[in-house]
Design a protein around this ligand. Structure first.
Ligand SMILES: Cc1cc2nc3c(=O)[nH]c(=O)nc-3n(C[C@H](O)[C@H](O)[C@H](O)COP(=O)(O)OP(=O)(O)OC[C@H]3O[C@@H](n4cnc5c(N)ncnc54)[C@H](O)[C@@H]3O)c2cc1C
Length: 428
């Protein structure tokens, strides 16, 4: 691949501010045999693996992911609403292997040794790496609320990692009687996909309106406000009347205990108890377990990184991207993880070639469906400044309030377009 082609890739990747710079080819020759290992084949990891290979095809890239197929969380609320199927949100690793030359290994990483620069897998393999990129997503902090453990996820699904849990929650919603109450317990910040619980309520309401119109949806929220709140609430009024009720933490939303047997959530401050027919508890979250076990979270719950490169500030040579890392103003989203995957890919290649890191600007867009024909969005642009990732003032924003139906319909079309575009960019 010529330098020019590499630069075109960077522009296409939306990180056109970065180049691999003159001198790349000569320097890169010394790193031709470099082995980059990527942990996790989700939004961040699959992007990073693909783009290291595209920008530096000479390098050996191994992606380790336990699942043979990946279901995107984005679109999983549409499955709950009944207007998309699990097949619609399923991604595979064929293109990464065959088109891009990534060595995809179906296994789970059980140990990372930052000194020896090795990873060990559940399948018993030990691999050396020159640079490691970790994107293991989130794990749950069951234990934060008494009465519920991970073993209860069959009866009280989280559906916050798409797959079997999505199918389970959809089945429970289908089995719920008309006039039943669907309770969503939403976590405090930070968590994966800030608008996600509210899109979920919207999609459930869309389904109930057709199939069981006497039903109610109650969101018990462990915070005082939420992403795109005004737009969601206006959309709920317009389409669902009083079907959806939202309680902030100060008015009973702060859940103190859950009784799994009776599907009851108890709120603190004497606000009482809420009995559900279907209970969706979305637990508070932290970086994926392997990131914690590798010491990448330090004393905290998430992995601190250098905002320019996404290299861990704890272990040199390991880059952490996606939901697991602390990315300043960037939200924990698939779009963010995808952008971070490209930044980390370039940073790793430049580092291996002995080049200084470059500064990238990144972006995020989150679309949410209120009905299949009414969508709203939030967008942000981010820059590296004084060691942090900050929002660029005046860039981005949210959908206009009081927009007419054709604008909302147009955004619903963009939502599907965004999905097709991003999964093509990550796994295509
Ligand atoms: C309901 C819902 C709706 C959402 N909607 C949107 C949306 O509209 N737009 C948007 O941008 N984002 C959305 N998101 C957020 C988005 O899904 C995540 O932010 C994104 O997937 C994060 O990417 P990641 O690479 O960090 O983690 P993931 O995509 O979760 O990938 C992590 C991968 O690591 C693997 N893994 C974990 N541990 C190991 C290990 N030890 N060894 C090997 N592999 C391992 C896992 O199997 C997994 O495949 C939504 C999330 C939810 C829950």
């Amino acid at each position: 691949m010529t330098d020019l082609t590499r630069r075109s890739f960077l522009k296409a990747a939306g990180i056109g501010g970065m180049t691999l710079a003159a001198g790349w080819t000569a320097a890169a020759r010394s790193s031709e045999k470099a082995h980059v290992v990527v942990v996790g084949g989700g939004s961040g990891g699959a992007t990073a693996a693909k783009y290291v290979k595209r920008f530096a095809p000479e390098m050996q890239v191994t992606l380790i992911e336990p699942k043979a197929t990946y279901h995107t969380c984005y679109g999983s609320n549409w499955v709950l609403g009944g207007h998309a199927t699990m097949d619609d949100i399923e991604q595979t690793y064929g293109a990464l292997k065959e088109r891009h030359g990534v060595n995809v290994v179906q296994d789970t990483v059980t140990e990372v040794d930052p000194e020896r620069r090795t990873v060990t897998t559940a399948g018993g393999a030990t691999m050396n790496y020159d640079r490691l990129i970790m994107s293991p997503g989130i794990d749950f902090r069951y234990g934060a609320v008494p009465g519920i453990t991970e073993a209860d996820a069959e009866r009280v699904p989280h559906a916050w990692k798409a797959g079997e849990q999505t199918v389970l929650l959809r089945r429970q919603l289908e089995a719920m009687p008309d006039g039943g109450v669907f309770v969503i317990v939403a976590p405090g910040n930070p968590f994966r996909c800030p608008p996600g619980p509210y899109e979920r309520a919207s999609m459930a309401a869309h389904y109930f309106k057709q199939a069981k119109p006497r039903s109610k949806i109650l969101i018990l929220d462990n915070k005082e406000n939420f992403s795109k709140q005004g737009l969601f609430m206006a959309g709920w009024d317009e389409h669902y009347g009083d079907m959806i009720e939202w309680l902030p933490s100060s008015e009973g939303g702060q859940v103190e205990e859950i009784d799994v047997a009776t599907l009851t959530a108890y709120s603190d401050g004497g606000f009482g108890e809420f009995k559900a027919d279907v209970l969706n508890y979305i637990p508070p979250q932290q970086a994926g377990v392997i990131a914690q076990r590798s010491g990448l979270t330090g004393d905290g719950l998430w992995c601190p990184v250098d905002g320019k490169t996404f290299e861990s500030t704890i272990h040199a040579g390991i880059y952490v991207i996606g939901d697991s890392c602390v990315a300043g103003a960037m939200p924990k989203s698939g779009h963010s993880a995808n952008n971070q995957g490209k930044v980390a890919a370039v940073a790793v290649i430049r580092d291996l070639a002995g080049l200084e890191p470059e500064t990238a600007s990144t972006a995020n867009t989150c679309y949410s469906l209120i009905t299949p024909d009414h969508a709203i969005s939030v967008a942000g642009v981010y820059a590296y400044q004084d060691g942090d990732i900050v929002s660029v003032e005046g860039a981005g924003g949210v959908s206009p309030a009081h927009a007419p139906a054709p604008i909302r319909r147009m955004e619903a079309i963009y939502t599907k377009g965004w999905y097709t575009g991003i999964v093509g960019d990550i796994w295509g």
